[in-house]
Design a protein around this ligand. Structure first.
Ligand SMILES: Nc1nc2c(ncn2[C@@H]2O[C@H](COP(=O)(O)OP(=O)(O)O)[C@@H](O)[C@H]2O)c(=O)[nH]1
Ligand SMILES: [Mg+2]
Length: 319
């Protein structure tokens, strides 16, 4: 048996979360067309069956990370810390690029060069994963592979379409080859380490990202305040969830609520459907909006949003 951690690294919007979900076969991470959708590192766990004459059985723990960018706010710094944490404990790193985007490695100050700088420091195998090949002409792929291969001594170069699933079998087989012998890190049927509460908060945030524009998506955070399992006296069993949506200014609050509450209602209805399909249960969802001025700049608030930290705090409290 092989097992190990595989971190997925890349600039915002290259398709890291899409790849994670496709590999694991579950919606582990939220996906939108907006950059910086992913704020924390997220584990998605894949069980690989042995293939006779090809590779042994394996458990691969994929780690999705926020997009690599130069940090400005405290939230940005926290996001980049998540990237560094994911790079610290890993067996293989996937460096993911978008085949439709011209990369700017020549300019040493560019964000692309910054991302490449991170992987050049690593001593583990790094795979170059070229994503979104469903969007490019076939004859452009070979020259692109040649050009990108010259940037670093990649262990493998693998073109994929995360959305369509093309190239993923080969990716998984190559990963198993590079993983060390070892036992499972997680139980066989577990597909993520995220607590349900956090996944629920993320599904609500996904709707906000999809249904609002301008700076609202980036200035929003979601905290699940109440999560009550169905009660015996319920006629039809229903899970009751209350969540707070934080934003930074009253203008943003007005946008999130919308005319006569229409926007918040639509976010709530659509998020509820997603949550019901995640839980496989009926859900009653209550949302309210809170203005927390300049929260992205405040270290304490940003850190209080982190579920890993929340769990640590809970542990201390119970001791
Ligand atoms: N056409 C195409 N679009 C993709 C593919 N992978 C991801 N996307 C889209 O790219 C956008 C960013 O995806 P996401 O996974 O959130 O990127 P991340 O920021 O790197 O995690 C979304 O709109 C995805 O639907 C792909 O293989 N092909
Ligand atoms: Mg993402």
């Amino acid at each position: 048996m092989r097992s190990g951690f595989v971190s997925i690294l890349g600039r915002p919007n290259v398709g890291k979360s899409t790849l994670l979900n496709k590999l694991v076969g579950e919606k582990v991470a939220i996906v939108t067309s907006k950059p910086q959708t992913t704020r924390t590192r997220i584990h998605g766990i894949l069980e690989v069956a042995a293939k006779k004459g090809k590779h042994p059985a394996a458990q691969i723990v994929f780690v999705d990370t926020p997009g690599v960018h130069k940090p400005e706010s405290w939230l940005d710094k926290r996001m980049m810390q998540e990237v560094h944490d994911a790079l610290e404990s890993r067996d293989v790193v996937l460096f993911m690029v978008d085949a439709t985007r011209r990369l700017e490695f020549a300019d040493a100050k560019s964000e692309d060069a910054f991302a490449l700088g991170l992987i050049r420091k690593l001593d583990c195998p790094v795979f170059l994963v070229i994503n979104k090949i469903d969007l490019i002409a076939k004859d452009t792929l070979l020259p692109m592979i040649a050009e990108l291969s010259a940037l670093h001594s990649f262990a493998e170069v693998i073109p994929v379409s995360a959305r369509k699933g093309d190239g993923l079998d080969r990716l998984v087989a190559k990963l198993v080859e590079h993983l060390p012998e070892g036992e499972r890190y997680f139980p066989k049927d577990q597909f993520t380490d995220q607590p349900l509460r956090f996944m629920v908060a993320e599904l609500i945030r996904e709707r906000i990202l999809q249904e609002t524009g301008e700076e609202v998506p980036y200035a929003s955070a979601v905290v699940v305040e109440r999560f009550e399992e169905p009660q015996p006296e319920d006629k039809k069993p229903v899970t009751r969830i209350a969540a707070a949506i934080y934003c930074e200014r009253s203008g943003q609050k007005a946008i999130l609520i919308g005319k006569g509450g229409a926007k918040l209602k639509s976010i709530g209805t659509n998020a509820r459907k997603e949550i019901e399909s995640l839980l496989g249960k009926r859900v009653f969802l209550e949302l309210h909006v809170i203005v927390e001025e300049g929260w992205r700049e405040r270290r304490g608030f940003v850190e209080s949003l982190d579920w890993r930290r929340q769990i640590e705090e809970l542990g201390k409290w119970e001791e």
